[in-house]
Design a protein around this ligand. Structure first.
Ligand code: AMP
Length: 177
């Protein structure tokens, strides 16, 4: 299926916010996509169409914007949804990993009981920038014995080289800048 028309419409809807959350960053605001019923539903359809043949057991997403399409995708694929959160937010037993992102350094955590040995896992986030966040999510999933079978983004900032950092994993993005 050809999603180039959807990609163009999403690209037109995304709002560039200069110098947010700090000087020099052009923030890609996806809220105009979310508030448009047609774009919301077609984007959800895109993600399920691209991932349905992967037979995933879990969709793992990174807080907080990754949760939006990640949970819709998990529901549509009849998979479980697993949140990856910043340090101190998950209440159960966790494992953690340190990571760097386009504008900071932090630690991410996942519940120890969220992934079973051999689970087929799709990782989703809204934006692929340097790839540090999703590399950390991969690390967490693999430490728990999951197999990353797909990684999908709404937006890829290709000039930041995130795809090279995720080399060896199947990466898909709807809109590439
Ligand atoms: P990275 O780890 O560098 O790939 O950064 C990806 C994470 O940071 C994602 O969770 C994004 O939500 C967020 N992010 C990084 N850069 C941007 C940007 N320019 N606009 C919006 N979100 C961004």
């Amino acid at each position: 299926m050809d999603f180039s028309q959807l990609s163009a419409e999403i690209s037109a809807a995304i709002r560039d916010v200069p110098d947010f959350p700090k000087p020099g960053i052009i923030f890609k605001d996806i809220t105009p996509v979310l508030q448009n019923p047609k774009l919301l539903s077609e984007t959800a359809y895109y993600f399920v169409h691209q991932n349905m043949s992967l037979h995933a057991d879990k969709v793992v997403s990174v807080e907080s914007r990754g949760f939006i399409f990640g949970s819709i995708l998990a529901n549509d694929l009849h998979a479980g949804f697993v949140p990856v959160r910043k340090k101190g937010k998950l209440p159960g037993d966790v494992i953690s990993t340190a990571y760097t992102l386009e504008y900071g350094i932090a630690e991410l955590e996942i519940h120890k009981d969220s992934i079973r040995l051999g689970d087929r896992v799709i990782i989703h986030d809204d934006v692929l920038a340097t790839g540090g966040t999703v590399a950390a999510a991969i690390d967490l999933v693999e430490k728990l014995g999951g197999k990353v079978v797909g990684i999908c983004f709404l937006i890829e900032l290709s000039f930041l080289g995130g795809r090279e950092r995720l080399k060896g994993y199947p990466v898909q993005s709807l809109v590439v800048y």
